[in-house]
Design a protein. Structure first.
Length: 241
């Protein structure tokens, strides 16, 4: 079984919005999170989708689920945790309780605000997680990367060909994630917000899946404008056909 875990627990502070998290902002007539859900539901590899949402926005997400998907039994909504990895843990537990998932099953975790993830990326995540146990979606760096230990002067300039930008999905076997998370001290759990970094710090080899520039995260107002442009271009291409 393959479960998609949609991480929608953020409050969207960097978007500059007051009161409405970015995953619920409208994109081409419907919330961003709905676009993301539709992409995973369209994937033949995905058996069920679980959305992890902040408790203050649970009822809104449940209303959206009902309005857009009706009684589709493949979808569930759960309250997220205090951080990203805790939300993933809640989703993993819900996968067992609601869909009968077992430790060997795969969970494909994805940011709710990356609505342009491709079916190819989803498929390759599932295959890589099945083969290697854990994988991360990454995109080769196109700009020079600099490091600063004091936020004032450059302290290192890594070789660009060895640098990648992390995207999502991040995928892994459910039991493997639970084991790694529970084996991590609480202080480290709060400091390490990236699931694949937890695996890396525990000595696991994290396989890389090639990402795409279109699979960007809608974080700032400019990103939202870019997303609206992309939606418009896609519609124009469809009309041209």
């Amino acid at each position: 079984m393959v479960i998609a875990g949609i991480l929608a627990g953020g409050v969207g502070s960097r978007m500059g919005q007051r009161g409405m998290p970015k995953q619920f902002l409208e994109l081409a007539g419907k919330p961003i999170v709905i676009h993301t859900l539709e992409k995973f539901l369209a994937s033949p590899e995905i058996d069920a989708v679980i959305v992890g949402v902040h408790k203050e926005w649970l009822h809104l997400m449940l209303d959206l689920q009902k309005n857009y998907f009706g009684e589709d039994k493949r979808i569930a909504v759960v309250i997220g945790g205090n951080n990203r990895n805790e939300t993933i843990l809640n989703i993993a537990e819900a996968a067992k309780e609601k869909f009968g998932a077992v430790e060997e099953d795969i969970i494909v975790t994805h940011d709710a605000v990356r609505p342009f993830v491709s079916l190819r990326i989803i498929s390759e995540n599932v295959s890589a997680a099945e083969q290697y146990g854990v994988c991360d979606t990454v995109l080769g760096a196109t700009d020079t990367i600099v490091q600063s230990e004091n936020q004032e002067f450059i302290t290192d300039m890594p070789i660009r060909s060895q640098m990648y930008q992390g995207q999502t999905p991040q995928s892994f076997r459910i039991g493997l994630f639970e084991s790694v998370y529970c084996d991590t001290e609480e202080k480290e759990q709060n400091l390490v917000t990236d699931a694949c970094k937890l695996f890396f710090l525990k000595g696991y080899k994290v396989h890389m899946v090639e990402g795409e520039t279109s699979n960007f995260k809608i974080t700032y107002p400019f990103d939202l404008e870019m997303a609206r442009m992309m939606i418009g271009e896609q519609k124009n291409d469809q009309h041209a056909v």
